[in-house]
Design a binder for this molecule. Structure first.
Ligand code: FE
Length: 344
């Protein structure tokens, strides 16, 4: 009787050891991700990746600038294999800081247009974010609108809301304008544009939309995912504000509306290189693209992925096809220019 009990215990111990061994084998198959995107915008996708591949994803989320600083401080001892952050200007900064490395992927190169990835493979765009002109319905006739450049016209005096020049989205927009013309032309434009501000810049993109809806200005410059987020918000006030606004796609007869990316980079310190590339490739898959872009009201970077209701309602538009890596190069020039134009 005792012997039977003992052998049962032995079997139990052996099977327990077996499952621990199996688990640690899976745990060794992992990848470490630093993400400047909120957990809810990416975690479900990472869990699905783990389910399909058995590769565990250790996620660290934080503010973009703090994560970059952390990567720099950790140097080659950094546990991070991948960095996800928003704006080509920030991805460029990570590359310039020496915390990323170039890698090749036939899949990423074939699915992501060349303008939305680093020429040396230091980062690849995952979603697209547009920054068009938003106007208050009934107060602005869309026939009066045309380009970003035309917003410097005195007829818009005290009618425009936009956030401060310290914001990277605006810096990248100005960098794209420098690239399409030159510094002198853009500076002249910015000086006139600032005179059309309805108030000194304050708050984020959502605050510009709210100010316009509240009657403080007729035009707001903001990324569309903020408008999408407000339209689907649980907060009735936000929904009401967003419903007063319409989207105008500028520069459609020339270079196209300004777009930017959220993107992924392989860190220089990456120890799980193969798994990291596998995850980057997973995120460009059709299902992942649909979920990842829609979750934040952005546009998939991969062609041919269906769009959600809100995005569809704003229609198709021509995107500026300049190589976004140039925006980072021109960032210091853009910042100085906005300063000279007295854009606070
Ligand atoms: Fe944002």
């Amino acid at each position: 009787m005792i012997r039977v009990k003992f052998s049962l215990v032995a079997v139990a111990i052996v099977s327990l050891l077996g499952s621990i061994a199996a688990q640690s084998a899976i745990a060794a198959d992992e990848v470490n991700l630093y993400s400047a995107r909120k957990e809810k915008l990416i975690k479900p996708l990472l869990d699905q990746f783990t389910n399909e591949t058995g590769i565990k994803v250790n996620l660290v989320t934080g503010k973009a600038d703090a994560l970059l600083k952390r990567l720099q401080m950790e140097g080659k001892n950094s546990p991070a294999d991948l960095l996800i952050t928003t704006d080509a200007g920030r991805l460029y900064r990570a590359k310039a800081a020496g915390v990323t490395q170039g890698f090749k992927s036939t899949l990423l190169e074939s699915e992501i247009p060349a303008s939305f990835r680093d020429p040396e493979g230091h980062w690849y765009g995952l979603t697209l974010r547009s920054r068009p002109i938003l106007y208050v319905k009934g107060k602005v006739n869309p026939a009066e609108l045309s380009t970003y450049e035309a917003l410097a016209d005195p007829k818009w005096k005290h009618r425009i809301c936009i956030r401060s020049s310290s914001n990277i989205y605006n810096q990248s927009l100005i960098a794209s304008m420098i690239l399409s013309s030159d510094v002198a032309t853009t500076e002249k434009w910015a000086t006139a544009f600032v005179k059309n501000f309805a108030r000194p810049p304050k708050g984020g993109d959502r605050d510009q939309i709210k100010a316009a809806a509240a009657g403080q200005c007729d035009i707001a410059i903001a990324n569309t995912y903020y408008l999408a987020g407000m339209l689907t918000s649980k907060d009735a006030g936000q929904r009401a504000a967003a419903e007063k606004m319409a989207v105008f796609w500028p520069n459609q007869n020339s270079r196209g509306a300004h777009v930017n990316v959220s993107g992924i980079a392989l860190t220089k310190a990456a120890k799980n290189r193969a798994n990291a590339i596998k995850l980057a490739e997973y995120l460009i898959g059709e299902d992942a693209q649909r979920w990842y872009a829609e979750k934040n009201g952005e546009y998939p970077v991969r062609a041919g992925v269906a769009q959600s209701g809100v995005l569809k309602s704003w229609g198709k538009f021509k995107m500026d096809s300049l190589n976004l890596s140039k925006l980072g190069e021109l960032n210091p020039e853009a910042v100085k220019l906005m300063d000279r134009a007295r854009w606070k």
